[in-house]
Design a protein around this ligand. Sequence first.
Ligand code: PLP
Length: 361
Amino acid sequence: MRSFERKNIKSMVGYTPGEQPEVESVIKLNTNENPYPPPQSVADVLSQIDVASLRRYPSPSARQFRKVAAKLHHVKPENIIATNGGDELLRLLLTTFVEVGSPIGVADPSYSLYPVLAAIHDSPVRRVSLTSDWELPDDFAEQMNAFGVKLSFVVNPHAPSGKLVPVTRLTEIAQKLDGILVIDEAYVDFIDPDQDYNSIKLINQFDNIVILRTLSKGYSLAGLRFGYGIGPARLIEPMQNKTKDSYNMDLISQKLGVAALQDQAAAKRTWQAVCDERSRMVLEFDQLGLTSLPSQANFLLVEIPSECAGGAEALYQTFKNEGVLVRFFNEERLKNKLRITVGTPQENSALLQILKTAINK
Ligand SMILES: *Cc1c(COP(=O)(O)O)cnc(C)c1O
């Protein structure tokens, strides 16, 4: 058999998604979905979609969504691009701003899709390790510049640690970077409101910042595949008018995306519930002698010493056997930890019950 794949595609390894079981009864605390369903307002819009309206192409620019998102974030529609999941935005950033074969930069460890997208683009990945406290090193920007990187990714709040980088630090980095800083804010909605985090004003101060948002986590719509970018018009425009698929957002998505963003009250109720449960889980783990990092996301990275229930990997398997999925990463800094999504109070209590039994065995 001949192979027609490009050389880099043939040699690369694809993305490994988290397990997505078919059975509904599994308690799914492995891929950081919102545990609450989307609101009635979104269900209503869905039920009112007339199939006949699918005969026509949708708005190529997701016009209405861009307007609604711009209003929400106090920016202009030109500062917004709607994408098929945040993942499409990541791909567009590479396609639009990185010469094929030129390196991209990531804070390490972080989202494992970045290296996959880089491999597709035939670009090497330059990694700057986070400190032992999961913080960006002081010379993050200098290191990226020395590598000649033109696109750097920072997840904030960070995954998988949940650590939040303050806006002042992001400002310093953007100022120093020769290239674009992508702030991947997939988990931004779960930041404690007390933290007063707002990075969006940076897009008016810098020409090299793009912020990623998604409806997958905060808005309970991972199944819809809806993300968006916020950035200076000069960065949004080439993605919007040149590199994205001409009709990247289908009509149903556009309507539901608008409805979801417009119902802030409903979304905020779920964020608060998740924050409350996150606090409870930190205390519960603590009482069991397990430490977790202070998280501003909807998950906790919990350290599992080897003497506790056989260690992280064994405990992952125990949870799985009992119908609870969590995330185990077989990587240097992570293999003694589990990343556990914050679920509903009932889901979390079920997990704790299994944990207590496993510890006492
Ligand atoms: C979930 C996630 C995204 C985007 O996911 P989509 O479902 O494609 O919107 C981006 N970055 C990180 C770190 C994520 O966890």
